[in-house]
Ligand binder design. Structure first.
Ligand code: DX5
Ligand code: ZN
Length: 243
């Protein structure tokens, strides 16, 4: 039912002047991915980093790059990010023209290049809008804040949206990874892990901690414990229904 939870520290909260050592630190701390937040000042109000940065990052990171594109017209820049070495590419459903077949085109371009394809939805986008694509994605990213800035508070009820995505995938007979992004930390990791989240993005909770490696381990421990408890509850319910 559950995959081991992975932590994906968001380097938006890292020290840009010491990126190499921050990457080493999270790798040694057991991070599963480097989460890279690309913002264009248009799809979201903030402007962060782009293709040349991802290219440089690829040279030093030993764990996969999880590139979260918060940009308008992502199809235009997609090939550049693939060439730069992104291992997972996440596009926002809201940034694609569904009627023009852009979602299918994006997923095919990413997978055709041998990378993993993910779709993300903002907090106001219904989970059901992922239904036509759920079988064709490697991962779904559920935003638990409005995209644009690190350090925001987790939006209550996002865990229910994670459970909805898990149910949607199960119904379709597929098993994409489910990633949650925004306001993740010791207080919120358990909530979403119990609902089926596999990858937790954490910016502030990792890089704002006195010991980022210890923070990664602690968030992962809490998430794993919540998964175990959810499994025990599900087991108990099955027992009870058998009478
Ligand atoms: C928000 C970004 C997040 C953000 C996470 O738009 O997609 O990845 O940096 O930061 P925290 O964990 O601090 O909420
Ligand atoms: Zn992100």
């Amino acid at each position: 039912m559950f995959e081991p939870v992975q932590i994906a520290p968001s380097i938006l909260s890292a020290d840009f002047m010491n990126m190499g050592s921050d990457i080493r630190m999270i790798e040694q701390g057991g991070a599963g991915y480097v989460h890279v937040d690309v913002m264009d000042g248009h799809f979201v109000p903030n402007l962060t980093l782009g293709v040349p940065f991802v290219k440089q990052l690829k040279k030093i990171a030993r764990i996969p790059l999880d590139v979260h594109l918060m940009i308008s017209n992502p199809l235009e820049q997609l090939p550049w990010f693939i060439d730069a070495g992104a291992d997972i590419l996440t596009l926002h459903l809201e940034a694609l023209d569904e009627g023009a077949g852009e979602v299918e085109q994006a997923l095919a371009t990413i997978r055709g290049a041998g990378a993993k394809a993910a779709l993300s939805i903002k907090p106001d986008t219904p989970v059901s809008s992922l239904a036509p694509y759920i079988e064709g994605v490697d991962m779904v990213l559920v935003m638990s804040v409005y995209p644009g800035f690190s350090g925001q508070s987790y939006i209550e009820g996002s865990d229910e949206r994670v459970a909805e995505v898990a149910a949607l995938a199960e119904k379709a007979g597929s098993r994409p990874l489910i990633e949650v992004d925004g306001g993740m930390g010791a207080a919120t990791a358990g909530l979403v892990a119990a609902c089926g989240a596999d990858v937790l993005v954490a910016g502030n909770a990792v890089f704002g901690a006195p010991d980022p490696a210890a923070a990664i381990a602690e968030i992962a421990r809490i998430a794993t414990k919540a998964q175990d408890e959810a499994l025990n509850r599900a087991g108990g319910e099955t027992e009870a229904s058998r009478g």
